[in-house]
Design a protein around this ligand. Structure first.
Ligand code: MLC
Length: 217
């Protein structure tokens, strides 16, 4: 795109974000039924140690989740075609989430239940936010702050669950997650926690010089 003009693509971007918002809302609802059942009927320990039944409808939504991580590279494509900055957090997140999701999917890890549900839920809000902003509408700062806060909270819960699973495994509990996947989950969630906390700090807490914060359309 170096020698080309940025493309506007507003209607396509709206359709893209709208589609991912609806998909994430459906995932939250359909996968949420099993998640609710596991956490509130069978208990927290079961929910992080016993994986979803691979023949249940929730397994379909877990599979859709893994596939959606490939589709989400479309976000990056839009940023490039519109000549918007592709920040480190963005491309690092999209690349390693794909690796983690597929590594967890082939193992059918039990804590994946938490990771999938949380991400469907946060993406329902995030893609709705992006759908609204993609038509040029600017939402109050409190809204974007809330989205970033929920993303950061998701990473904190991911790190905490990885620590709890490690503790349980070291104490002889049968938890369906290999040490390889556990190390991967911990490392990735910890790096996301640092990156999203720093994004939150820079975007909402640090006072910016207005001259350097000019945006182009
Ligand atoms: C509030 C946020 C959701 C968004 O922050 P931003 O700084 O990107 O917000 P912004 O309103 O300034 O929008 C920046 C520009 O990106 C455009 N944009 C539109 N759709 C997009 C999409 N699907 N992905 C990335 N950018 C997109 C917007 O229209 C806007 O363009 P214009 O200026 O032209 O109007 C934040 O918390 C965040 O995640 N920022 C990191 C950037 C990012 O790529 N996040 C998504 C992947 S992380 C993720 O997915 C975490 C998770 O797994 O939960």
């Amino acid at each position: 795109m170096e020698t080309r003009k940025p493309k506007s693509m507003r209607p396509l971007l709206l359709a893209w974000n709208g589609f991912l918002a609806v998909f994430s809302i459906m995932g939250t609802w359909r996968f949420g039924i099993e998640f609710y059942d596991a956490v509130f009927r069978r208990g927290f320990i079961d929910s992080i140690c016993l994986a979803v039944n691979p023949k249940s409808p929730s397994a379909f939504w877990a599979c859709m989740f893994a596939l959606s991580k490939i589709a989400e590279f479309g976000d990056t494509m839009f940023l490039v075609l519109r000549k918007r900055p592709v920040i480190f957090l963005h491309w690092y997140h999209h690349a390693v989430v794909l690796i983690l999701s597929w590594h967890a999917a082939i193992e059918l890890t039990a804590p994946g239940r938490w990771f999938i549900f949380m991400n469907y839920l946060v993406h329902s809000i995030m893609y709705t936010y992006y759908a609204v902003t993609s038509v040029g509408y600017r939402l109050p700062k409190l809204v974007s702050m809330t989205v970033t806060f929920l993303q950061t909270l998701q990473m904190l819960i991911g790190v905490s669950i990885s620590c709890i699973v490690l503790y349980l495994k070291l104490n002889g509990e049968m938890c369906q997650q290999s040490y390889d996947n556990l190390a991967l989950s911990f490392g990735i969630y910890a790096s996301f926690l640092v990156l999203f906390s720093s994004f939150f700090n820079n975007a909402y807490l640090v006072k910016k010089d207005k001259k350097t914060a000019v945006k182009q359309d």
